[in-house]
Design a binder for this molecule. Structure first.
Ligand code: ADP
Ligand code: MG
Length: 336
């Protein structure tokens, strides 16, 4: 439905978007997640034909945005970060105006009435847009995106500046829209994306650092996660015992934490759960486990790890696997 290939946007020497590629399938709700300045709006402005790319290509519904701009654009409803509202128009006048602008062919009255019902703005239909609350204005913004019933909706940070109740309403609305449209939704807030989206593309500093479902992002981390173990026993012997347990990729001693008790960081190799066998072998030697805990990360922590300067070891491996096949891996192989 949407194909983005090696898209780059450069401002002077600064890369706002640096060689990103991703696809969105029909019917999907894709979350485009990244901190402020990551390149979300730039990408969305290129997808919708508002901005030209320095390099790369975009296809919407099979139409290249440069070669067939009108066909590509007519497949898209766009809600930019700053919705293009005319404050001195009533909602009715504005939607009428957008209907004409988009050269919509559907039955005017019926189509606009249906949109108003869908986004719940019927009760403000005759009001001037400047007198509407931020929540209502945002819904009017969504309404204009829906004019012409485009198969693709691109929504740039649609809940910014809304209060918690309005946020929930807009989220519910987007979820509903997702039943009949392919949606790309950008946000810098993870719970927002998690609540609404099937798949998450994480962008940071113009580069895609992850592309997966929320569930798989978490799972990946759990499989990859590091375990912290404290054992009462001789450091070197315990360490070499741990390292030989099936399922352990790597073990390091973190030093003595209590008298005679050393802490070890264990990285699993992902083949098998090492914990039962580890317990059995340590018990055999009479070296008691004092504590065992996994450094499980929440999706929030994963997002922070993926988008901060010094990406930790586990995040890097996520990044590698996510981007290796797309050729956007800037970190290279073994950098830790
Ligand atoms: P986001 O929407 O994720 O917050 P943007 O796409 O707006 O990020 O911006 C990405 C980067 O590109 C930022 O570093 C921003 O400062 C830069 N940028 C955006 N527009 C321009 C412009 N017109 N000229 C120069 N730099 C720009
Ligand atoms: Mg933005």
């Amino acid at each position: 439905m949407i194909e983005v290939q090696n898209l780059t946007k450069r401002y002077g020497a600064h890369y706002a978007v640096n060689n990103i590629s991703f696809q969105v399938e029909e019917g999907e709700i894709l979350g485009f997640l990244g901190p402020n300045g990551a390149g979300k709006s730039t990408t969305m402005n290129i997808l919708t034909g508002y901005l030209s790319a320095t390099d790369g290509r975009v296809r919407i519904n099979g139409h290249d945005i440069l070669e067939e701009p009108n066909l590509a654009k007519s497949s898209i409803g766009y809600l930019p970060e700053q919705p293009p509202l005319y404050l001195d128009m009533t909602v009715r006048e504005y939607l009428d105006f957008m209907y004409d602008l988009k050269k919509c062919k559907l039955d005017r009255q019926q189509h606009i009435a249906e949109i108003c019902r869908l986004v719940k703005i019927e009760d403000v239909y005759g009001r001037l847009i400047k007198n509407l609350s931020k929540g209502y204005r945002q819904r009017v913004g969504v309404a204009q995106a829906l004019v012409g019933h485009p198969p693709v909706l691109i929504l740039d940070e649609p809940t910014v500046g809304l209060d918690p109740n309005q946020i929930i309403e807009i989220r519910t609305l987007i979820k509903n829209l997702g039943k009949h449209h392919t949606v790309i939704l950008s946000s810098h807030i993870l719970p927002e994306i998690e609540a609404v989206c099937d798949r998450i593309v994480v962008i940071n500093k113009g580069v895609i650092v992850a592309d997966d479902t929320a569930a798989d992002l978490s799972k990946r981390y759990s499989n990859d996660q590091r375990t912290l173990l404290r054992v009462s026993g001789p450091e070197t012997d315990v360490l070499s015992l741990i390292a030989r347990v099936p399922g352990v990729a790597d073990a390091t001693s973190l030093g003595e934490k209590e008298p005679g008790v050393f802490e070890y960081a264990i990285d699993p190799d992902g083949t098998t759960d090492f914990r039962k066998e580890l317990f059995r072998r340590l018990a055999e030697r009479n070296w008691p486990i004092m504590s065992l805990r996994s450094m499980e990360m929440s999706l929030e922590e994963i997002f922070i790890a993926l988008t901060r300067e010094n990406i930790p070891k586990s995040a890097k491996s996520v990044q590698r696997r996510d981007t290796a096949s797309r050729g956007t891996d800037k970190k290279g192989g073994k950098s830790e």
